[in-house]
Design a protein around this ligand. Structure first.
Ligand SMILES: Nc1ncnc2c1ncn2[C@@H]1O[C@H](COP(=O)(O)OP(=O)(O)OP(=O)(O)O)[C@@H](O)[C@H]1O
Length: 304
């Protein structure tokens, strides 16, 4: 098993604030590693350290065998990185952007044309090569930004919320491309707030307040983290009822999911009691990844 990323107590502070706290992770070559956590939990800061853009305050790490502290320049030229702010030039065409990045990443001149064609095809931008980037929709721009990030064929790709702000169809298309890259052997580390994308990762690491609090496959997380019986409850004015339901002695957690409440009970035996006390039908459900993350966040805050 090849390890593409390994960190040991990697830490970053800003003044007295600890953004990333003794993070130790391993990412296997060729896997899609989902890096999840609430806003401000330290995901971007971690990725920026792994890309060699930001110096760690303490701890250590290697990416593709190169040391984060001593060999950040080597790391920068060997990885692909794409953040939510796509670094594209609006006043250049699709082709010109790809050509620019092929130069930036030192793609051999004789290979540039074929590599650009490959990226245009991968990004499903065929026929748009001469279009100004300013005229592209966000979904198109995002796939072009991906093409620019991988024009040098990096063996590892860091994606920091690549799909925020784009349509569900474009998101799906984008993740299909990611899956294909991983099938071809590229290691992918991706942050996302979308649970359907998290489901497609081989491994999920969940961080909160800079610390790693869980790491496993999506299925194992759903099977192991939540203890008790999860039910769906359809009540009027669900948000107003959360506190009252959570105060019931046999209820562990209650959270809103669309128009419904998810209620975590100590055991199945409490279902009739919950139905009687709320006057609503409770339906037993398998916990979703979102339920898992709500539980993990509460446990971290000491509420679980
Ligand atoms: N350059 C900086 N100076 C000071 N504080 C910073 C700096 N960069 C990040 N932080 C702080 O570190 C914390 C972690 O930020 P980070 O961007 O890594 O979180 P995140 O998990 O990526 O959040 P989001 O999901 O909102 O992108 C935040 O509280 C942020 O304000």
């Amino acid at each position: 098993m090849d390890i593409a990323v390994a960190t040991n107590e990697l830490t970053r502070v800003f003044g007295s604030f600890i953004a990333v706290n003794k993070l130790s992770i391993n990412i296997e070559a060729g896997e899609i590693y989902g890096f999840l956590g609430p806003n401000g939990s330290g995901k971007s800061t971690t990725i920026r350290m792994l890309c060699g853009i930001l110096e760690p305050s303490s701890g250590s790490g290697k990416v593709l065998g190169y040391d984060l502290a001593k060999e950040s320049e080597k790391i920068k030229t060997r990885i692909g990185y794409m953040s939510q702010k796509f670094s594209l030039y609006d006043d250049l065409t699709v082709y010109e952007n790809l050509n620019f990045y092929s130069g930036l990443y030192d793609v051999p001149v004789r290979e540039r044309k074929s590599r650009i064609a490959e990226m245009v095809e991968m990004a499903k931008l065929t026929g748009r090569e001469k279009e100004l980037v300013a005229n592209l929709s966000v979904g198109w721009k995002q796939r072009l930004a991906l093409g620019c990030a991988i024009i040098s064929r990096p063996s590892i790709l860091f994606l920091d919320e690549p799909t925020s702000g784009i349509s569900p169809t474009s998101r799906k298309m984008f993740f299909n491309i990611i899956q294909e890259l991983a099938n071809g052997g590229t290691t992918i580390m991706v942050t996302t707030h979308f649970m359907d994308e998290a489901e497609r990762c081989n491994t999920i690491a969940f961080i909160s307040e800079g610390s790693l609090i869980a790491k496993d496959t999506p299925d194992n997380l759903k099977g192991k983290v939540i203890k008790g019986s999860m039910v769906e409850l359809n009540v009027d004015e669900p948000v107003e009822r959360i506190n009252e339901i959570e105060a019931l002695p046999y209820v562990r957690e209650c959270s809103i999911h669309g128009p419904l409440l998810h209620v975590l009970l100590e055991a199945d035996e409490s279902i009739p009691l919950l139905e009687a006390q709320t006057g609503s039908k409770a339906k037993r459900i398998v916990p979703s990844l979102e339920d898992v993350f709500i539980t993990l966040s509460r446990q971290k805050r000491g509420e679980g």
